[in-house]
Structure formats: structure tokens, C-alpha cells
Design a binder for this molecule. Structure first.
Ligand SMILES: Nc1ncnc2c1ncn2[C@@H]1O[C@H](COP(=O)(O)OP(=O)(O)O)[C@@H](O)[C@H]1O
Ligand SMILES: [Mg+2]
Length: 359
């Protein structure tokens, strides 16, 4: 097991810098998820940790050891890729034992390690098969098994579930969480899927264009995003945003004007000057619809019934696109119906002109 410390990590390809100084400390045994849109640098960061890419500037420590110039095989790391990368001509057993054989482990020890990993991953009946005789989920288990047998201090996963269908992804997600609990190893997991990030991580690192936007526990990021990017990225359907203006400001919070006459109360303690333009954020589950003379006038634009829940798309002044509101399925709404929306002050998010959260 091991801690990791990234200090000022930069990565350039030629003249183009992809990572712009990443600072991060990862605790022993932590499950860390890097999440962010495609192209933000998640894989690049993982590959610099692994040693598949050299580091242009900064220091990487695994445990006490600075590993910038240490070969990948000597870093105590195992990486699992989206593409599985199994040897097609070898059986499952041989695929899992191959790395140990190369590292000079004796046959009995290698066999014991493979059988133990196969047991953890429930792939014992598949050991004699070739990769082409396996489903996608089984292949990914073999790839994970190949990592486990090496007993690494740190596991790195790069979108390992992206090639699986939705129901298998859910199942493998639960298995990975259990695997982490069982092995107690440090794990770093890359995904663009914020649901995977929310469900697996001890802490999530949100990346955007080669920089860290925020690091925190899943629910902390969800409820206290530092900025518009994180607020919009975490959560599905995503947080609603609309324009407002500071009407009044006191130690207890701010009163925000939306459109011609509607007012919203915020309990933010960082107050902006009266007249300042703000972006207001509210999650679909924190908006209530109903006849309320003090609410923001709204018109129902579309309705989606998902069975357990209904999503209403409503138009309000101050927003160019409809806001999404989560409603109980039994409520009876009609398209074009006029209503009003209210938001609990403690659930309201306020962002300044630079997109920074006022809390
Ligand atoms: N070998 C490479 N040479 C040049 N540019 C690269 C290379 N690998 C990645 N990049 C660039 O670095 C950026 C981040 O890529 P990547 O880390 O793969 O993103 P992600 O995994 O978040 O989708 C992208 O703009 C990509 O084009
Ligand atoms: Mg990637």
C-alpha cells in the first residue's frame, strides 16, 4: 500500500502543454476518481503516474520515493485499460500468470496467486478459455485479475467499464467497490461518467482542460461545488442555471432579483454588491412547483414521465433554456400550464461573474 504525492505536475507534447500543474495528495488505501470531459487530461495524468509518459515538470512521489525517473515496472503499480489488452493466443490462466513469470516468480507461487485472484473475481471456471471465448465483462475481469496477481501498491484504472453495456457496468462497479474494500489498496480510477465517480470514489478530482477544478468527497462536490464547472458537471440531469441580479445584501444573505419582479433569497455568507450580475444554480430536486404568489412565474414546456419520477421542463424569465424540475410521478401537470417555482434558500447556489461560488 502507498500514498501518492503529485506536486506541480506538468506535461507537454512538443509546444502544447496538456497538464498545467497538478497538485494532489492521495492517502494510503484511498479510492480516488479522476473525472472530467473527454480530452481534459485524465488519461495523460494517469499515464504520467504509471510511467508510460515522462513528466515535463514537477515531482511525483509514491510513498517516500520520488519516481519521476523510475521505470514503470519498478513503481509498484498495475494499470487496467479500457481495451483489456489481453494476449489472444493465451488462456485466461496464462494471461494472468504471464507478468509473474516475466518477473521471475516460481511456478507454484504464480499458480497460487492466479487461483486466488480468480476466486476473488469469480472467474475460476474460465481459466482454460481464450479471451475470444469470453464476454466483455469476463475479459475485463481477467484484465483486473492480471493486475491483482502482481500485488501492486497502487491500482490505476483508465475507463475500465466503458466498453460494457449498462447493466454490466453497474454490476462491475459494485464488484470494484468490493474489490477495493477487500484489497485495501490505493486505487486511482479515470472516468468521464460522473455516476461512476459518485458511486466509487472516496474523493473525486474534477479535471477541466488540464487543471484541477475541485477535489472532495462525492457529496461535498455535489452540494458545495466551488464553481460553475463543477456544479454543471456533477449531477444528472445537471444543475439548472439562470441569470439574476443582487437586489439587497445583508449578513444573513442576499436577495436576488430574477426577471421583472421575482425575488429569491440566498443564505450565502459571501455577499456581492447590490446590482452585481450573478448566475443562480438550482438542482432539479431542489425546485418546487405550485401556485405561489411569491414564486418565479413559470410555464411548463415539456413533461417526461420516467415511472419513478417525472421531469418537468419549465420556462422562466432569465433563462434561455428550460429549467428541469424533478417531481413526484403522481402529480398531474399539463404542457403550457402556468405555475410558479420556488427554491429553498439553503439549496440555492450563487455564482459571481467569474463563475466562483458564493457560499
Ligand atoms: N501522445 C500525445 N501527443 C500529443 N497530444 C496528446 C497525446 N496524448 C494526449 N494528447 C492530448 O492531450 C489532451 C488530453 O488527452 P487525454 O489525457 O487523453 O484526455 P482524456 O483522457 O481526459 O480524454 C488532449 O488534447 C490530447 O489530444
Ligand atoms: Mg482518456
Amino acid at each position: 500500500m502507498a500514498t501518492l504525492t503529485l506536486a506541480g505536475i506538468r506535461k507537454s507534447y512538443g509546444d502544447v502543454e496538456t497538464l498545467h500543474g497538478i497538485d494532489l495528495s492521495i492517502a494510503d488505501g484511498e479510492f480516488i476518481v479522476f473525472v472530467g470531459p473527454s480530452g481534459c487530461g485524465k488519461s495523460t495524468l494517469l499515464r504520467t503516474i504509471c510511467g508510460l509518459e515522462d513528466i515535463s515538470a514537477g515531482d511525483l512521489h509514491i510513498g517516500e520515493r520520488r519516481v519521476n525517473d523510475i521505470a514503470p515496472a519498478q513503481r509498484g503499480i498495475a494499470m487496467v485499460f479500457q481495451s483489456y489488452a489481453l494476449y489472444p493466443h493465451m488462456s485466461v490462466f496464462e494471461n494472468m500468470a504471464f507478468g509473474l513469470k516475466l518477473a521471475g516468480h516460481d511456478k507454484t507461487a504464480a499458480r497460487d496467486a492466479v487461483l486466488r485472484a480468480a476466486q476473488i473475481l469469480c472467474i475460476e471456471p474460465l481459466l482454460e478459455r481464450k479471451p475470444k471465448e469470453l464476454s466483455g465483462g469476463q475479459r475485463q475481469r481477467v484484465a483486473i485479475g492480471r493486475a491483482i496477481v502482481r500485488k501492486p501498491d497502487v491500482f490505476l484504472f483508465d475507463e475500465p467499464l466503458s466498453n460494457l453495456d449498462a447493466s454490466l457496468r453497474v454490476q462491475m462497479r459494485i464488484e470494484l467497490a468490493n474489490l477495493h474494500r477487500e484489497l485495501g489498496a490505493t486505487m486511482i480510477y479515470v472516468t468521464h461518467d460522473q455516476v461512476e465517480a459518485m458511486t466509487l470514489a472516496d474523493r473525486i478530482v474534477v479535471l477541466n482542460a488540464g487543471r484541477i477544478e475541485q477535489v472532495g468527497a462525492p457529496l461535498a462536490l455535489y452540494h458545495q461545488p466551488d464553481n460553475l464547472f463543477v456544479a454543471g458537471f456533477m449531477g444528472s440531469p445537471r444543475m439548472n442555471f439562470f441569470k439574476g441580479r443582487v437586489q439587497a445584501s445583508s449578513p444573513a444573505g442576499m436577495t436576488l432579483a430574477v426577471g421583472e419582479r421575482a425575488l429569491l433569497e440566498s443564505t450565502s455568507s459571501r455577499n456581492l454588491p447590490v446590482g452585481a450580475a450573478v448566475t443562480i444554480g438550482a438542482r432539479p430536486e431542489h425546485i418546487t412547483l405550485g401556485d405561489n404568489p411569491d414564486g418565479i412565474p413559470a410555464r411548463i414546456h415539456a413533461i417526461e414521465h420516467l415511472g419513478d419520477v417525472s421531469y418537468l421542463y419549465v420556462m422562466v424569465a432569465g433563462s434561455d433554456e428550460p429549467l428541469v424540475v424533478r417531481c413526484a410521478p403522481e402529480q398531474d401537470w399539463q404542457v403550457d400550464q402556468q405555475t410558479a417555482l420556488t427554491i429553498t434558500p439553503t439549496r440555492l447556489h450563487v455564482f459571481d461573474a467569474d463563475g466562483k461560488a458564493c457560499r
